[in-house]
Design a protein around this ligand. Structure first.
Ligand code: PMP
Length: 429
């Protein structure tokens, strides 16, 4: 069956809001390293990693074999029984989180992870009022969708969660005018304080924040932003929840969890995506005092199941033993410099930004800051035609997202840069 027929069936039976990339959607059927092959035999360089979930590359023997061996022994038992790989993985994540006396809860997705963190924070502070950053993305459940600060994604007005948005540190479209870093940070902290004082009932549970916004288009706030925000939060006893579903595992090149690298200590960290290298897993790490505040009895049927946590242990082993954080830093800098160089000769590029292997390229109508949304679609299409898969995002849908698996090599980065140079110069508005 052709991709066109499959796409037709997809449209008939799947929700209209479940987006597919490309005018002619593709089905990926095989992968090795950073290469994937579609059902019609075309090969692509994968610089989106299945929405950043393919962390160490496709079909890595150490991960695949661990999953296969576990699948042959036992697929499932539930949280009612001991699961060795679950305990091991929790201990490792607790250590790597930098949180003292940490405990870990495993869920099946990023959405569930953030939902759980919201549950903990709202329960702990006895308040359903939370703060979130403009341009944030946190998931598709009742709570996380309400905390998502991108119009079009935050679909429901009926959530029981009361959410107020504050500035994310995204400077390219800052409402604060042309300030230096210190002035900008002070303005954001002041806005946060004013919002807490005037736009909430005064009993805010937490600020939910991505240290580097993913779907929002890889906005990286200036150094000092999160410590300044945290100082304000501390004045009111408000918890800082760092959503590291995209930015965790050393992908930013700076620290294992990105918030730790900012100098602000989070009260809880949510994670998902890369940990299973594609096998569904998510979770929260938080101090025992916060984690245990729910008090109620609970289970999670498949949360932390043997298959997912075995995949997690094997992926983490691979990540750490190959020092992929250092690779993310090294190759990320090469990609960043290459994209900056392309941008110099390409008026379509408004800004290149990011950190490590989270790089965004914001496309604008030349000479303005108006979003070049159609051109963004064209670049995505043209890159695919040249054999390169990348993502898109941004508040206005005009940001290219370049996020290869953390095993990406310098040669592959150069190959992707050559494609991007070609398509960015040939595509018109
Ligand atoms: N938080 C962030 C920062 C995300 O990027 C995402 C997914 N893009 C989620 C939460 C939700 O994760 P999932 O799609 O696994 O539910």
């Amino acid at each position: 069956m052709s991709h066109a027929e499959l796409a037709q069936r997809h449209r008939r039976v799947m929700p209209a809001w479940l987006d597919l990339y490309y005018d002619e959607p593709i089905e990926l059927v095989r992968g090795a390293g950073r290469r994937v092959t579609d059902g019609e035999g075309r090969e692509y360089l994968d610089f989106f990693g299945g929405l950043l979930a393919t962390m160490v590359g496709h079909d890595v023997a150490e991960v695949t074999e661990a999953i296969q061996a576990q699948a042959g022994r036992l697929l499932h038992s539930s949280t009612l029984y001991l699961i060795r790989s679950q305990v091991e993985l929790a201990e490792r994540i607790a250590r790597l989180s930098g949180i003292e006396n940490a405990k870990v809860f495993f869920a099946n997705s990023g959405t569930e992870a953030v939902e759980t963190a919201l549950l903990l924070a709202t329960q702990r502070r006895r308040s359903h009022q939370v703060l979130a950053l403009r341009g944030s993305y946190h998931g598709r459940s009742f709570g996380t969708v309400a905390a998502t600060g991108i119009r079009g994604w935050s679909a429901t007005a009926l959530s029981p969660l009361a959410v107020t948005y504050v500035h994310s540190g995204y400077r390219y479209r800052s409402p604060f005018g042309n300030l230096d870093d210190a002035g900008f940070i002070a303005a954001c902290a002041e806005e946060l304080r004013t919002i807490i004082e005037t736009s909430t009932a005064g009993d805010v549970a937490c600020l939910l924040a991505e240290p580097v916004q993913g779907a929002g288009g890889f906005a990286v706030p200036p150094d000092g932003f999160f410590p300044a925000m945290k100082e304000v939060l501390d004045d009111y006893g408000i918890l800082l929840v760092s959503d590291e579903v995209q930015s965790g595992w050393g992908r930013t090149g700076r620290s294992f969890f990105a918030m730790n690298g900012t100098g602000a200590t989070p009260d809880a960290i949510t994670f998902a995506k890369g940990l299973g290298n594609g096998v569904a897993i998510g979770g929260v790490v938080a101090p025992a005092e916060l984690m245990d505040c729910l008090g109620a009895h609970s289970i999670s049927t498949a949360g932390g199941n043997p298959l997912a946590t075995t995949a997690g242990v094997a992926t983490l082993d691979y990540l750490l033993s190959h020092d992929l954080q250092a690779n993310a830093d090294l190759v990320g800098k090469r990609l960043f410099a290459g994209l900056r160089d392309i941008a110099d000769g390409c008026p379509l590029v408004g800004e290149v930004r990011g950190m490590g292997l989270m790089i965004g390229v914001e496309l604008v109508v030349p000479g303005t800051r108006d979003p070049a949304v159609t051109a963004t679609s064209r670049v995505l299409e043209a890159a695919r035609e040249h054999g390169l898969l990348i993502g898109r995002g941004g508040l206005l849908g005009n940001v290219l997202r370049v996020t290869p698996p953390m095993t990406v090599t310098a040669a592959e980065a150069d190959e992707a840069l050559a494609v991007l140079r070609a398509v960015l110069t040939e595509v018109s508005i």
